[in-house]
Write a protein that binds this ligand. Sequence first.
Ligand SMILES: [Fe+2]
Length: 212
Amino acid sequence: MNSEVPIWAKAAVKSILLSVKSKDPFTYYHCCRVGLEAARLGAFMGLDSFQQSLLEYSGLLHDIGKVGIADNILLKPERLTDEEFKIMKGHSELSVLMIEPLVEQDRFFKLLVPGIRYHHERYDGKGYPYKMSGQNIPLTARILTIVDTVDAMTNTRPYRKALPMESAEKELLKYSGSQFDGQLVSQYLRSKQSKEVPLEDNLVSSEFLKVA
Ligand SMILES: [Fe+2]
């Protein structure tokens, strides 16, 4: 079976992300950081370079559906109402919809769908949109939800100040086994302590992060 990243993948994803950036720069940089951290965790876990690329690209694309969310909801500086939150919850499925032509073109993009589609599911089944639980949630999605949440907590938003990394790690531990897969939380925390992660240095996510 073909286990390669298509040579055009980087350019295709960059185009999508630049359109995200023109609407919401925060989401652009968030996606880049999540892609990078997901690849880093995959490398720490000993996953092969193809699996690392799957994690990286799933992270890069997980929130692109936010371009389909109205600005008054996406960029709202206050807490969302229930109705607004319901609309916001549609973004993961919208992300999948937006990469459909790429999915049809190449198996690599097809393999990105589970991580993107289920990145807001919770281990205890209280996530969205499908309320999947435990190991039924694909591994990529269980990894993404950890790095996604840490990134959200450690960056300042209009409605909330950034938490220091130590507080974010405490939150992860608090919700280990409920929101998050406990084994992956331990792996993540260990990966953060580790200085020797066998990560390739020419990652597309780090290159995208350098875009001003
Ligand atoms: Fe998301």
